[in-house]
Ligand binder design. Structure first.
Ligand code: AMP
Ligand code: TRP
Length: 355
């Protein structure tokens, strides 16, 4: 049965699957790992899904932050999402804090989460071990529960059979598992309310590694500037970084995760961006050495990111317009979130506020 009160976005039908994802505004630019591991899927999925994408500013304050910088980065993040091809008429792009139901559902889900269960999240363990107990906030501990709320607020009616998909990189798999567990637990205790979400993790590009340390994930917090390629980077430095990427002994462009982690990472990036298979690339560069391969890869990266950079800067030039786009996204997101919360409050046993 389709949702009785659902108003699908223009061009979508009630039977269409939904997609929800989020990204933190914690850097001055997204990087190549974000793009290939997650954001490119966001853009592709708007064609086949009713899409909700949020810039998760509530998550961004789980570590110490500067208010002015957060505000700026939230806008830059949103501008990049539109610049990458998200179409405001098809995808509902919004800022998480504009829809307060995210925090409300997180509280309720937190009351269904075991302390030990939350403590087993590997991303929390990694981040908190770097910061020590006194530098680690309770918010960082409950971060995955807020993420579960982000996702489950946009649940289709479970009776409709519409899937709920979540495009993320490999590192988010455990958070998605927790989300499924919490959804199942809620349904079991209070009646079928949530559709269990499916992680949508791209093969191949799911883990892009650091250009200088090919054994480690490309990451805004861990990588050195030389190891990371920013979407908004100037062409000159971008080219240099690729030319200086760590390759391995030998000179053959071949895929070998164990022995040639550096070249393998570059092959993955090349293949994902150009849409050419790895064997075809190996054949193309047979005998030509690393130099030509890297030069061509640099061009492919530039061809992808230059138009995105230019569109981002243009969007940031007209903040009022950007704010309007985000308000429009928040409005549609709110319609769904408010309805979900009405059901949740009723199921949990909260008294309806009288008039
Ligand atoms: P983060 O920048 O860690 O908040 O990640 C934002 C999104 O990008 C998440 O869906 C991650 O899984 C994805 N992501 C981050 N780093 C990488 C990477 N090196 N390779 C692939 N995906 C990544
Ligand atoms: N934790 C995710 C990351 O680091 C960001 C995120 C927050 C998210 N809420 C989400 C991803 C909901 C998918 C769905 O990338």
């Amino acid at each position: 049965m389709p949702e009785a009160s659902s108003q699908p976005a223009s061009g979508t039908t009630a039977a269409e699957p939904r997609v929800l994802s989020g990204i933190q505004p914690t850097a001055d630019s997204f990087h190549l790992g974000n793009y290939l591991g997650a954001l490119r899927q966001w853009v592709a999925m708007q064609d086949t899904h009713e899409a909700f994408y949020c810039v998760v500013d509530l998550h961004a304050i789980t570590i110490e932050h500067d208010p002015a910088l957060l505000r700026r980065r939230t806008k830059v993040a949103a501008a990049q999402l539109f610049a990458m091809g998200l179409d405001p008429d098809r995808a509902h792009v919004f800022v998480q804090s504009h829809v307060p139901e995210h925090a409300e559902l997180a509280w309720i889900l937190g009351c269904l989460t075991g302390f030990g269960e939350a403590g087993r999240m590997t991303q929390f363990k990694d981040k908190s071990s770097k910061q020590g107990t006194s530098g680690t906030s309770v918010g960082l501990f409950t971060y995955p529960i807020l993420q579960a709320a982000d996702i489950l607020l946009y649940t289709p009616d479970p009776a409709s059979g519409r899937p709920l998909r979540v495009p993320v990189g490999e590192d988010q798999r455990q958070h998605l598992e927790l989300t499924r567990t919490l959804a199942g637990r809620f349904n079991h205790r209070f009646g079928e309310t949530f559709t269990l979400p499916d992680a949508h993790i791209p093969e191949g590009a799911a883990k892009i590694t650091d250009l200088q340390e090919p054994g480690a994930k490309m990451s805004k917090s861990a990588s050195s500037p030389q190891g990371i390629i920013d979407v908004l980077e100037e062409p000159g430095p971008m080219r240099k970084k690729i030319m200086r990427a760590v390759t391995d002994t030998g000179s053959e462009v071949v895929y070998d995760e164990e022995k040639k982690a550096g070249v393998t990472n570059l092959l993955r990036i090349f293949s994902a961006l150009e849409g050419t298979s790895v064997p075809d690339l190996e054949a193309r560069y047979q005998g030509s050495g690393y130099g030509q391969f890297k030069k061509d890869l640099a061009q492919v990266v530039l061809d992808t990111f230059t138009p995105i950079r230019e569109r981002t800067l243009k969007l940031l030039d007209d903040e009022e317009h950007l704010d309007r786009l985000l308000a429009q996204g928040a409005e549609r997101a709110s319609e769904v979130a408010v309805r979900t919360m009405e059901t949740v409050r009723e199921r949990v046993g909260f008294v309806v506020r009288g008039r």
